[in-house]
Design a protein around this ligand. Sequence first.
Ligand code: TRP
Length: 345
Amino acid sequence: MIMKNRILTGIRPTGPLHLGHYVGALQQWVPLQRNNECFFLIADYQAMTTHAEDPSLIRRSVRDVVLDWMSVGLNPHKRNVHFVLQSKVPELNQLYTLLSMVTPKSWIDQNPTVKAELATLKHAATLGFFDYPVSQAADILMMSFPNGDPRSEKLLVPVGEDQVPHLEATNRIARAFNRTYNNKVFTECRASVGEIGRLVGTDGQTKMSKSLGNAIMLSDSPEEVRRKVMSMFTDPKRIRPDIPGTVEGNPVFIYLDAFGKDKRKIDEYKRRYQKGTVGDVEVKKYLIETLEIFLTPIRIRRQLALRENMGTILESGTRAARKIAKITLNQALKAAGMDYEDLES
Ligand code: TRP
């Protein structure tokens, strides 16, 4: 089969994945497996940039991410689908070193995602933290097409909207390298951002996040889902069901829109909510039903994935990525005059 594009995307293993990851990223990844060469990266070094003091969390999360990915339908048994463990690709560390030499520090200082994360860090930022956009550029650019490759494929990076500054930085770094060494080693990537880039938390905060305690996990049990939905934030004005409520920005309706299939029924609930003819509890019960329909096949696939050998899955995916990374790295070293072939004769 002819593959359309080369895809690389990734995630930090810092905990189990939640509905926000699904809406912002995973949902777009699954259909891409059909006719693209896909590399899904578990960025454990990048996880260390914020969680270096917690190796057991990262270890556990590598496994959780593989399970979560398989449970939503990513399939590493397809020949074109590869799960890659970042720390097992030493070429990435080498590429990162080369790229860091053409990246002005000011590009990092200006990066809005870095700035936002800096504000939430629990301890002083390390050098590794400031460098992670360059390391991410290496993740992506290792997948460059070889110099002079006539293929018209693209390097696509499907991500949530918070990652867009990193992809812009990646292309800027790629251009800087290519310009410095007058050599088209690196292919610029294209971002592909889903329709809904971000999901609000159960508390109505702008972002669902495990650390904010407002997340529903893909691996939550029916009891946990029920408990979390029943305590969800809705419209604080509505102390009685006959008070007209606000649908816009109400997380219960945002989730119904994101996960529900029956648009007519959802619209009906919205109308009744606005008129004040339905209670919060009834709408929440409908949301629980909706989420159960969504999560049931995910739970079934997780049970099957639990029987698989994670080590073998990551080994074979990582091997496939290294094959490409080696070619890119050799070209980059050569472009930078560091192949030293003349010294070997
Ligand atoms: N920064 C991404 C996140 O926080 C993870 C990531 C690492 C990534 N390398 C990547 C995303 C390469 C896209 C491409 O989730």
